[in-house]
Design a protein around this ligand. Structure first.
Ligand code: 7JJ
Ligand code: MG
Length: 215
């Protein structure tokens, strides 16, 4: 059967990037996104902002909600030490399969724990099944309608500590208004909005919300 868009991106990466070179993988995905087919990767513009947050935070324990094709997982993992524990969760089996191959091509499979499941099932298991005490950093980029459900799950499962940095994509497009309202007004976070551009777009606005748990 014909290839999916995600498989076409993976093929382009395999034919145009260098195996074991994460930056060349990111560059290939972004070139494809700008020049050939739009896809909902974090992208180069918002990606540079996330890079800065990851470098500033230097997390030893990191969780991503929403792997998609693995672009932001590669983006994050390339900045982490070998000793870091980084888990990424994807619900869609086909996307998870593409991500696994993309991450392997980038040579980062030893630095990323890929979980194919519903985040609502995984979050309550992180302490027991994945040996997590608390998270230093979280990147939320799965589905806007479950952002609030999942950050509340992180709270009730005692996975956040004073200073945990929670970053969320798509605050403007498609928009996560309930999430923005929650983190900015619940009193548990110091939250800042970082305006940027929607992925592979010169015109559309989007941005990342960075919320530091007060503990
Ligand atoms: O579902 C998403 N998960 C994680 N990131 C996403 C993203 O970065 C963008 C979009 C999106 C927005 C507007 C549009 F017209 C088409 C797609 C989605 Cl829908 C997601
Ligand atoms: Mg996104």
């Amino acid at each position: 059967s014909a290839m999916s868009k995600e498989q076409r991106v993976l093929q382009y990466v395999q034919q145009n990037a260098s195996r074991g070179d994460p930056d060349s993988v990111l560059a290939a995905v972004d070139k494809f996104g700008w020049e050939t087919e739009w896809a909902m990767n974090l992208g180069d513009v918002k990606g540079a902002i996330l890079d800065r947050f990851v470098k500033e935070t230097a997390p030893q324990t990191m969780l991503e909600l929403g792997t998609y094709m693995g672009y932001s997982a590669i983006r994050i993992a390339r900045l982490l030490p070998e000793t870091a524990k980084f888990m990424t969760v994807e619900f869609d089996q086909e996307n998870a399969a593409v991500a696994r191959e993309m991450i392997e091509f980038a040579g980062l499979q030893n630095r990323i724990i890929q979980i194919t499941s519903d985040t609502a099932d995984v979050i309550p298991q992180l302490k027991t099944k994945y040996d997590v005490e608390t998270l230093d950093m979280v990147f939320i980029d799965h589905w806007k309608d479950v952002y609030v459900r999942d950050i509340k799950l992180l709270e009730t499962n005692k996975l956040l500590r004073k200073g945990t940095v929670v970053v969320a994509d798509n605050i403007i497009k498609p928009g996560a208004p309930e999430y923005a309202e929650y983190v900015r007004t619940c009193g548990k976070y110091d939250s800042t909005f970082h305006e940027s551009r929607f992925e592979y777009s010169n015109d559309d606005i989007d941005g990342l919300e960075k919320s530091v748990f007060r503990g």
